[in-house]
Design a protein around this ligand. Sequence first.
Ligand SMILES: Nc1ncnc2c1ncn2[C@@H]1O[C@H](COP(=O)(O)OP(=O)(O)OP(=O)(O)O)[C@@H](O)[C@H]1O
Length: 433
Amino acid sequence: MNPILLAICLALVAMALLVVSELRGRRPDWYWYVTGYVPAVIRVVATWRKVARLNDLAVSYGSNRRALGGLAVKGTPLRLRVPRLKGVRPLPNGLAVRVRLLPGQTPLPFIEASEAIAHAWRMHAVRVISPRRGIVLISATATDPLKDPQLPRGTEGTPLLSAVVGALETGGAWLVDFRREPHWLVVGATRSGKSTLLARLVMQLAPQPVALVGVDCKGGMELGLFRKRLSALATSRREAVTLFGALVVEIQRRMAVCREAAARSIWELPAEERPVPVVVLVDEMAELYLTNGSKDDRAEAEQCSTYLLRLGQLGAALGVHLVIAGQRVGSDLGPGVTALRAQLGGRICHRVNDPGTAEMTLGDLHKDAVAVAQTINAGEQGVAVTTADTVGWVRARSHFTTLDVVARMAAQYADRTPHLAFLDDATEAGDLS
Ligand SMILES: Nc1ncnc2c1ncn2[C@@H]1O[C@H](COP(=O)(O)OP(=O)(O)OP(=O)(O)O)[C@@H](O)[C@H]1O
């Protein structure tokens, strides 16, 4: 071979390798499209018939009974029909395949076969959903995107009352959007990543025209770090009762304003008349419910529970939003907890210590997500199962931001902290920090 041609070929190969290794580090999605996607599609198409047959995803419309020498014999039908793949499309870290179900089939066997499909296609995980009747969508991810999640591009400048808190397993941004889902329940064992998530929420909401209010009955040790950007902070249940009570009165005032203006929510009011949205962050809900058994203590907990429930029921349209975090959630905390949970449509379940908490957090909405939440291990801090609008639920990981950084950011936006006049009386009377 001509030595010049050889040198050019070698240089081209070296350049290609360099580009690929750069892509791997900087644009993992492109790296996947260039190196992994095509072989994966070939594997999917080549193995589909076998996978379908072995996992009872194929059907036969012939009888499985035959007459052999005058005897009726029952066996496995030979002519199996395999449901058709309706096209494969790339995802940033995997692929998605639509399958048209055959008459008589349901999505359940496909969901149960997820693990087998993941092995056959050599994928990290497979998720099966049914976006519409007669169709299942199989989404496969090639590697665990939550090992080292990168914040997706183009997530700067999120809309009002929404916060990018991390990355989804599907490669998209993990968005907590209070306009779409007004109230959230955040659960996780100790050191599972709850405070980091709350901090991330504060960080994202700090620049927005939103009042942040903290309830941290652990003496304000966690939320106190962001005090400069909080419009109020309650550090005991007594203070929380005062705060919630004032918010309930404010909600009633807002209701009257909306009624007067024939508006069904504050968002239908003219911008200049619209009251500021309030996001109430509660760290450790159990502190609000547990009592020492004394009459006064029980009455205080009941009052607190009633106010919270009212905020949950009425706050959504009136711009009062709840984020309730806790290590565990169960009906043993008090009868108000289950009723409150029904109001908290957004759910985030980190690693939990008891199956009951995972069930309580996700089970009423998505039974299949409970088992997934229980597989999160102690090394996966920040990983959670969260509710998501189009796919029901999804695994996600919060973006790790140190508390120092968030505290600095809270101080930087201190001048944007709205003054909540309806809390003045309580603050002046010393009932609120
Ligand atoms: N998204 C994340 N990515 C990587 N590491 C994380 C993430 N979130 C949390 N961690 C790690 O886990 C540690 C504990 O997190 P965090 O304090 O948020 O947990 P927690 O659930 O609030 O615990 P506690 O209930 O004890 O306050 C953090 O110091 C950090 O090292």
